[in-house]
Design a protein around this ligand. Structure first.
Ligand code: MEV
Length: 308
């Protein structure tokens, strides 16, 4: 049997503006992960079992644009696997689906890596990343590529669309609380709505994206210097700009407010928005109080994670 795993991710700063060429910072979240097992089988066909999304199916009965089927077909094409051998593929994930933690990209990365090992077809990180980006387009339409990049490399990433991967160092570890609204984040929709705003008034939104770009650069500098407390204000500023972009929601705002009231140094939505997750920067000793306050304000789940 072959196994492979990939972590979740969160965007610290710069979501949405990253689609327009501004930088963004993202980090892996190793507390949650997607895991894939592949085994040869006596039963004909390629059987996929993904209990988390209630999927138990033979490859050929899935639509060809189903993201999991697309990974397998594209891999077989790339590795020239023919005829298709009988296989059992088991996919499990502790990453909440559509929450902004990169569940789709993590399944893709774990699955293609497991296939690559099983078929003895070595792939570099760069190849895995390029492969996963093609699949992300099926999930999200016009993704920047940040999700697949941070998940493939499993390192903190300073990401600029279309540029070679740049990692960054964390001078002093810092603690984040992630709060999930429990509402699926419609990333394709929020990215599409931001595009409509931008098309209607490019000058205005380019200026907003520039401001976010400056926040991202400042945040990277402070993280590298170990001045993590400076990130709180930057997170609040970034959230305010995301609100202007209409990608927050009453539920996200409620969690952001609750975290700040409970002592977080700053908080913002993370990822596509409208649902999904928010993140709060906390002193480690305040993490528990912030978790409690997020739950009272309606968070469906929380994760406390140390960055760096
Ligand atoms: C989604 O995790 C992040 C967005 O910036 C979209 C993208 O970068 O593709 C909203």
């Amino acid at each position: 049997m072959t196994t492979a795993s990939a972590p979740g991710k969160i965007i610290l700063f710069g979501e949405h503006a990253v689609v327009y060429g501004r930088p963004a910072l993202a980090v892996p979240v190793t507390q949650v992960h997607a895991d894939v097992d592949i085994a040869a089988s006596d039963r004909p066909g390629i059987w996929i079992h993904a209990p988390g999304i209630s999927l138990r199916s033979e490859l050929n009965s899935l639509p060809s644009d189903h993201p999991i089927a697309a990974v397998i077909h594209n891999f077989f094409f790339l590795a020239r696997v023919s005829p298709f051998p009988p296989l059992k593929i088991h996919i499990s994930s502790t990453i909440p689906v559509a929450s902004g933690l990169g569940s789709g990209a993590a399944v893709t990365v774990a699955l293609v890596r497991a296939l690559a090992v099983h078929f003895n077809f070595p792939m570099t990180d760069e190849e895995v990343n390029a492969f996963a980006y093609e699949i992300e387009k099926i999930h999200h339409g016009t993704p920047s590529g940040i999700d697949n990049t941070v998940i493939t490399y499993a390192k903190p990433v300073y990401f600029v669309r279309g540029q070679p991967i740049e990692t960054f160092t964390v001078g002093q570890p810092f603690t984040l609380v992630i709060g999930d609204t429990g509402i699926p984040a419609p990333t394709k929709e929020s990215v599409g709505d931001v595009r409509k705003l931008w098309e209607a008034d490019k000058e205005k939104w380019e200026e907003v994206f520039d401001r976010i770009g400056r926040i991202v650069k400042e945040a990277r500098k402070q993280i590298e210097r170990g001045k993590w407390k400076e990130l709180g204000g930057l997170m609040n500023d970034n959230h305010a700009l995301l609100q202007q972009m209409t990608v927050s929601s009453p539920e996200l705002d409620r969690l952001v407010e609750a975290a700040r009231k409970a002592g977080a140094l700053g908080a913002k939505l993370s990822g596509g928005g409208r649902g999904g997750n928010m993140i709060a920067l906390v002193e480690p000793s305040d993490a528990e109080a912030v978790v409690r306050s997020l739950k009272e304000a309606g968070a469906k789940s929380t994760i406390v994670t140390k960055i760096g």
